[in-house]
Design a protein around this ligand. Structure first.
Ligand code: DAH
Length: 345
């Protein structure tokens, strides 16, 4: 029994010494395993208690208990001290950083060209009192065609190489942003002034000026006594602001779209030359949008009385506009992941 008592004392002294020496978390953990672990020294001492008589147990038991409690609390205290020291060191280390080593993050992202051009368009139209409207890209045949005066047998359907959703006979990916005209009329009523930037889809082969997914911007203005003059003035104001040209001229040519009557194509004077360049094909004018006065059928589908209200609508390709403005020669770059292209904007 006396030898056990000596062993307890010896263990305590050694433990105290070891803990004092522990200088990091790992050495502290080794001490815990050596003394308090499942096969540790204190645990083994506890085991040997079993062999003693009741009398002896009464004497040695409390000593062993003390040793165990003492070991646990010394171990915890030392852990806290080490943690504190570590935090202080870390704070000191951070205090002394070398500013000349700082390198700016050169891999910062940039806004996509879509975001840039849509923001510019948004600024111009909202300054003219237009609100932005949106509609679904998965559209019904009704909104994409019928409500726009293009019934199933109409030859104009051929103009729109449609991607149909195979499981639903009357669902498709919208071929233009014009379906949002009728949705906006239904939702907001007249008078109305909205512009609609959005993605559109066509089942066609891609090349430098065509993509199966592209974007359009639709415009719709409805009020009493709206005429072609309002349409021309609006297009002129919009394009002058976008290209930052004061005397931009608008040219109007007759055209046909089932949802407008009369239908027009609007061209604008080339903002980049006076004598003719490759962009305007030496004509001095660039073709941009389809437009016209909203057909009575479309107004009626939107719940608006064509005897009281009239309106104009227009639509153009967003990529085409951006390509003209920034001199981009391939529409596929918009959806490609070429960083050297994307980082320019
Ligand atoms: N939706 C037509 C297209 O994709 C473009 C268009 C033409 C829109 C005339 C209009 C419009 O609003 O009045 O070809």
């Amino acid at each position: 029994m006396n030898s056990l008592k000596d062993e307890i004392q010896k263990t305590k002294t050694e433990l105290e010494h070891a803990i004092k020496q522990a200088s990091n978390e790992e050495s502290l953990e080794t001490i815990r395993i050596t003394y308090l672990g499942r096969n540790g020294r204190i645990t083994t001492l506890m085991e040997s208690l079993k062999k003693l008589s009741l009398e002896e147990k009464r004497l040695v038991g409390p000593l062993l208990n003390d040793l165990k409690l003492c070991a646990e609390s010394l171990w915890c205290e030392r852990g806290q001290v080490l943690m504190h020291e570590h935090l202080c060191q870390e704070a000191k280390r951070q205090e002394h950083f070398d500013v000349t080593v700082y390198r700016p993050n050169t891999a910062l992202g940039s806004l996509h060209i879509y975001t840039h051009i849509i923001r510019q368009i948004e600024d111009i139209f909202t300054s003219m009192g237009y609100a932005r409207a949106d509609g679904p890209e998965i559209e019904t045949e009704y909104y994409n065609f019928d409500a726009l005066n293009i019934p199933a047998i109409h030859p104009a359907r051929d103009m729109y190489d449609t991607i149909w959703i195979s499981d639903f006979s009357n669902m498709l990916l919208r071929t233009h942003t014009s379906p949002v005209q009728v949705r906006a009329m239904e939702e907001r009523g007249a008078p109305l002034a909205v512009f609609v930037p959005g993605r559109t889809y066509r089942h066609e082969a891609t090349d430098a000026t065509h993509d199966f997914m592209f974007s359009q911007v639709e415009g719709l203005f409805i009020d009493k006594n709206v005429s072609i003059a309002n349409l021309i003035a609006t297009s002129k104001a919009f394009l002058s602001a976008l290209f930052e040209v004061k005397d931009l001229a608008i040219r109007v040519r007759p055209s046909y779209f089932p949802f407008v009557e009369p239908g027009l194509e609007i061209d604008f004077s080339c903002p980049f030359c006076t004598t003719g360049c490759s962009l305007c094909k030496k004509s001095g004018f660039i073709e941009l949008m389809g437009a016209g006065l909203v057909h009575p059928h479309v107004l009626r589908c939107g719940g608006i009385d064509p005897d009281i209200y009239s309106g104009f609508a227009f639509g153009f390709g967003l990529e085409r506009l951006a390509m003209i403005k920034y001199g981009i020669n391939d529409i596929r770059l918009f959806h490609g992941n070429k960083l050297s292209f994307l980082e320019q904007f």
